[in-house]
Design a protein around this ligand. Structure first.
Ligand code: ASP
Length: 449
């Protein structure tokens, strides 16, 4: 059995949905189909999920919801009419009105019940269309199927018992259309994953039914070695490991949701990124191990938005438990850290800028001085992280030297260098204003020479 997940642009209108159905029908193993909510038809358009969020916000402000509700119903209406399944429109409109009647006291819970309506109704619509063309197809209700999630509304995680329950889907007949993005708490309330979370649903289902492959259908031909917005016709990546993908996703590769790889990875299900608009392209295979290397470096990514906490104290290395105390202060202020390069008497802690604010920074600096006697403590903003990633880097001498010298020639100062024990990535910390430039220079060095 193959699990295929289709993203928002693959469901944006009737024409796209017909492509989805053709793709599914062209391979009898494609039996578990996960759908997102209809996405943008063009750049100016709105995603159904965003329309639903606007609708929920209007309701929470106690304003009239007529216009916001119409906007959602009209999107589905246009698709349903075009697909010749008009009868679904009344069901969708009734479903949305029923959701608006739900208890609004817990805002997060109410918001999730509305957000989930995009995927839920898209799945009903796609199942109805398959049936209308004579196929055996079923809408699957995540509640009946056992997609159980934590009650962190808007940021839910799958509960371990879901896997055994969802495994039963593999013995069902016909094409199963499963809505992405949401599941149910143990109390039976709707809860959604973070935004973009239909990728996570697909991965969980693929792991649960031990799929032959998890196909993630989107609107690009493959994953590229570098962000295509920075470089024209970048090198396509035909095969990449989970570890490489994870490192690149961390530094901004956005093809797949960051949390979506874990379920497939744990059960070694290969993930295939494919293009709904170009189904003959083989796409990118994400696998556990690979033997084909067409270069040392697989991908290069850069992300802005990091802040560094710098501290130094004479004879820091002699003080037992020093780092533990620093991290305890950070933890008690609710700040997770990303990297921690250190010297003999100095330590830098790199955090995401979004977890900081001026007040927090001052509190942390004050506590470092008062509780640990670190006089020399400061904060630097505006750091970017550039990652060079490749499994083959572990067996190749001189990759870091080559990267560092190409950045030196380009006049980019390296503030931090970090290479983990896995040796599959090197991280450079540089000033934010050089981020895109540095990524392009590294791409030239490793892919164009
Ligand atoms: N529709 C949801 C969103 O826009 C989930 C998804 O598309 O994966 O975030």
């Amino acid at each position: 059995m193959k699990v295929c997940k289709f993203g928002g642009t693959s469901l944006a209108n009737a024409e796209q949905i017909r492509k989805v159905c053709d793709i599914v029908l062209s391979d009898p193993d494609r039996r578990l189909v996960v759908v997102s909510a209809p996405g943008k038809r063009n750049k100016e358009d709105a995603k159904v999920t965003d329309l639903l969020i606007a609708l929920a916000e209007t309701a929470l402000r106690d304003e009239s919801t007529d216009a916001a509700l119409d906007a959602v119903v009209n999107r589905f209406h246009a698709i349903a009419v075009d697909l010749g399944v008009h009868e679904t429109v009344a069901t969708i409109a009734a479903d949305l009105s029923a959701r608006l009647e739900l208890d609004r006291r817990d805002k997060g819970r109410f918001m999730d019940a509305l957000k989930a309506a995009g995927e839920d109704n898209a799945a009903r619509l796609v199942a109805a269309y398959f049936q209308s063309i004579g196929q055996e197809a079923w809408y699957v209700d995540p509640k009946d199927a056992g997609m159980l999630l934590t009650d962190e509304f808007g940021n839910a995680q799958v509960l371990p018992e879901s896997y055994d329950r969802l495994a039963a889907l593999s013995s069902r007949t016909g094409i199963l259309v499963f809505p992405g993005f949401f599941g149910y708490t143990r109390k039976g309330e709707v809860a959604t994953f973070p935004r973009g979370g239909s990728d996570i649903t697909g991965s969980i289902l693929a792991a649960a039914v031990m799929a032959e492959v998890y196909e993630n259908w989107t609107d690009v031909d493959s994953v590229y070695a570098v962000n295509p917005q920075l470089v024209n016709n970048p090198h396509p990546v035909s095969e990449i490991t989970y570890r490489e993908m994870r490192e690149l996703a961390y530094a901004g590769f956005s093809v797949l949701h960051e949390e979506a790889l874990a379920p497939a990875f744990l059960r070694s299900i290969p993930v295939n990124i494919r293009n709904t608009n170009n189904p003959t392209a083989k796409g990118t295979m994400i696998v556990r191990t690979r033997g084909n290397f067409d270069g040392t470096v697989t991908g290069i990514a850069g992300a802005k938005g990091f802040t560094t906490l710098n501290m130094s104290k004479y004879l820091m290395n002699r003080e037992v438990g020093f780092v533990l105390k620093v991290l305890t202060i950070l933890a008690s202020e609710g700040v997770p850290f990303e990297h921690m390069p250190s010297g003999i008497d100095s330590l830098s802690i790199i955090v995401r800028s979004q977890v900081m604010n001026p007040e927090r920074e001052q509190t942390i600096l004050r506590r470092l001085r008062e509780e640990l006697g670190i006089e020399d403590a400061s904060v630097t903003h505006g750091l970017a992280i550039v990652m060079l990633v490749g499994e083959a880097m572990a067996h190749t001498v001189g990759v870091t030297a080559r990267a560092a010298s190409s950045l030196a020639k380009a006049g980019v100062n390296l503030e931090v260098i970090n290479q983990g024990a896995s040796e599959i990535s090197v991280m450079f910390g540089i000033r934010e204003e050089y981020c895109n430039y540095a990524v392009k220079e590294l791409y030239k060095e490793f892919f164009l020479k």
